[in-house]
Write a protein that binds this ligand. Structure first.
Ligand code: GLU
Length: 311
């Protein structure tokens, strides 16, 4: 369907094969886009932890399940110039500063008065230039570079999630570019969503606390703020987020154990508790017809890998 009414997207990191929980989040993003007449876009978030070929094989899994994006995927490693521009724009507003702290420095620093727990303690926020010079030199001798942080006032920001309601979290001096030169997740996600016309983000609810940060960055960069719909995760039998070490959890592993495409969709329907009396789902069209986001509850689903797991 072509549409002038915005876009949704799936943006997996190509760090390996998707497991059934990631696949469920991606399918829900697709379903929501189809139901709301939005385009469905795909982004390869390959700046960190990328494994050669994984982006392509993730796309192939979705193609096999009957889902293809409406545009060629956006590849983050091809967009460094765009991210730099965004960084310069923030810098032009006086909102970027160098940070010389190691993780240990941050853990050991006393937290700043009134700052929220876990917030950056502000060590490098207001250093005089002479101190900055000393730190730069020290880092250079260690073969490190400063990170770049956003200057904030640790204010609480509230965004609305269609499923979870209002989400409020303090936004601290988050990293924009890491010491190893990699642009940070929050910056590039909001830049890319803005550039692609993504106006609704459907993704796993492990990322819900990032939404206020991304909303703040959207505001500073003059980008529209998307709406959010964070969907519940799939967990293992111990209640922890599903991971590949949990056994046969990837599409390929499940196929190798005899699961068909239909089995995958039947599981989607059961796991969401939405397949109802219409019978079990067996293809993407069943899922598009069957998911009622108003009935989706924010409850984790346990996945028990089938016996004979080769993973
Ligand atoms: N690349 C992120 C991940 O795989 C998702 C980013 C997003 O959806 O905002 O966890």
């Amino acid at each position: 369907m072509t549409s002038q009414t915005g876009a949704g997207r799936f943006a997996p990191s190509p760090s390996g094969d998707l497991h059934i929980g990631n696949i469920r989040s991606g399918l829900l993003a697709y379903v929501r886009a189809r139901q709301t007449g939005r385009q469905f876009l795909w982004r390869i978030e390959d700046l960190d932890r990328a494994k050669t070929g994984a982006g392509q094989s993730q796309l192939e899994v979705f193609a096999d399940l009957g889902v293809t994006p409406d545009e060629p995927p956006l590849v983050q490693s091809e967009r460094l110039g765009v991210y730099n521009e965004a960084l310069n724009r923030l810098d032009g507003q006086g909102l970027v500063y160098e940070c010389y702290c190691s993780r240990k420095d941050i853990q050991q620093a006393p937290s700043a008065p009134h700052s929220p727990p876990g917030a950056y303690p502000g060590t490098c926020r207001d250093l005089p230039e002479s101190a900055r010079e000393r730190h730069r030199q020290r880092l250079e001798e260690q073969g490190r570079s400063p990170a770049l942080r956003l200057r904030t006032d640790n204010a609480e920001i509230t965004v609305h999630d269609r499923l979870l309601g209002d989400i409020t979290a303090p936004v601290d001096d988050l990293v924009l570019k890491r010491g190893d030169g990699v642009f940070a997740y929050n910056l590039i996600v909001i830049v890319d969503d803005g550039a692609s016309g993504v106006d609704e983000v459907v993704r796993g609810d492990d990322l819900v606390t990032s939404a206020p940060r991304q909303a703040h960055l959207a505001h500073l960069l003059g980008l529209p703020q998307p709406s959010w719909l964070h969907v519940p995760l799939v967990v293992n039998t111990a209640g922890k987020r599903l991971a590949k070490r949990d056994g046969a959890v990837t599409y390929q592993q499940l196929r190798n154990l005899g699961w068909t495409r239909q089995d995958v969709y039947a599981w989607m329907g059961d796991s969401l508790g939405l397949a109802g009396s219409e019978g079990s789902w067996s293809c993407i069209d069943d899922m598009v017809a069957g998911v009622d986001f108003d009935r989706l509850v924010s409850k984790e689903t346990v996945f028990v890998p089938p016996a004979g797991a080769d993973g």
